[in-house]
Write a protein that binds this ligand. Structure first.
Ligand SMILES: Nc1ncnc2c1ncn2[C@@H]1O[C@H](COP(=O)(O)OP(=O)(O)OP(=O)(O)O)[C@@H](O)[C@H]1O
Ligand SMILES: [Mg+2]
Length: 240
């Protein structure tokens, strides 16, 4: 079927090079990566391996030096700027540092990505409330970020990332600042969103345990290359 044969994310021969101090750094080095819809796909590797740079090419926040980026069947580098903006809204991102607006309430933070959309205030508010319920923070809508724990802040960031009904969520070390129990709770939430919203998740981490607990597939990155990939059970079977 279409779903099985057409990956939602298709990075073809993607490289990213940076020039620094007169030297060329191959942060991402001829990477091919296909991710199917509905997957939770882990990317693991040491610091500096190129994980963040690679996933930033998925929405062209990072322009590849060479290679093509196709998402949901659209070749992103060929899109006009307005079309690229629209395509980007379907790719949510969350990070280690939650990047919340501290002067706004939790509800306003979640509403924020919708401010530029053609959605009226009532519907916008209703949607933000629904998303806060979904991440288990319904009671906290009037709180400010500084009144929340790290895990709660990450839930707000997750709700905000879902405001535009993305097809894909990229999680770049989203649990790295959290304790093991909170990490577990956030991973469970991501799994729940994957199942209920058919959300494809790309999850970057440097912790094998995180991959093992939620991912179906994994790619191991080292020095800009994917050195191993496959179903999690296969890739980690020798290292358990
Ligand atoms: N804008 C930039 N300019 C120059 N070099 C960069 C830039 N962004 C990243 N790099 C370099 O590219 C390499 C890959 O960085 P990247 O942030 O993708 O690694 P990472 O695997 O995400 O690491 P970490 O686990 O520490 O987040 C590193 O050597 C980094 O210093
Ligand atoms: Mg990184």
């Amino acid at each position: 079927m279409l779903k099985a044969t057409n990956p939602i994310i298709d990075l073809h021969d993607v490289s990213v090079t940076f020039q620094s101090n007169g030297k060329t750094l191959h942060a991402v080095n001829h990477v091919n990566l296909q991710i199917n819809q509905g997957d939770i796909y882990g990317i693991i590797g040491y610091s500096g391996a190129g994980k963040s740079t690679l996933v930033r090419t998925i929405n062209l926040l990072q322009q590849p030096t060479t290679g093509t980026v196709t998402v949901s069947g659209r070749h992103l580098q060929q899109l006009s700027n307005p079309d690229l903006r629209t395509a980007r809204k379907k790719i949510g991102m969350i990070f280690q540092h939650f990047n919340l607006l501290n002067s706004r309430t939790v509800l306003n933070n979640v509403e924020y990505p919708l401010l530029s959309q053609s959605i009226n205030k009532h519907d916008r508010r209703a949607k933000a409330k629904k998303l806060l319920e979904l991440v288990g923070l319904g009671e906290f809508e009037a709180s400010y970020p500084e009144q929340l724990s790290g895990g709660q802040k990450q839930r707000v960031a997750i709700a905000r990332s879902l405001a535009n009904d993305p097809d894909i969520l990229v999680s770049d070390e989203a649990t790295s600042a959290l304790d093991p129990k909170t990490t577990n709770d956030i991973l469970k939430l991501l799994k729940h969103l994957n199942e209920t919203l058919d959300l494809t998740i790309v999850l970057i981490t440097h912790e094998m345990q995180v991959i093992k607990s939620v991912c179906q597939h994994v790619a191991v990155m080292d020095q800009g290359k994917i050195i191993e990939r496959g179903p999690v059970a296969d890739v980690f079977s020798e290292t358990v």
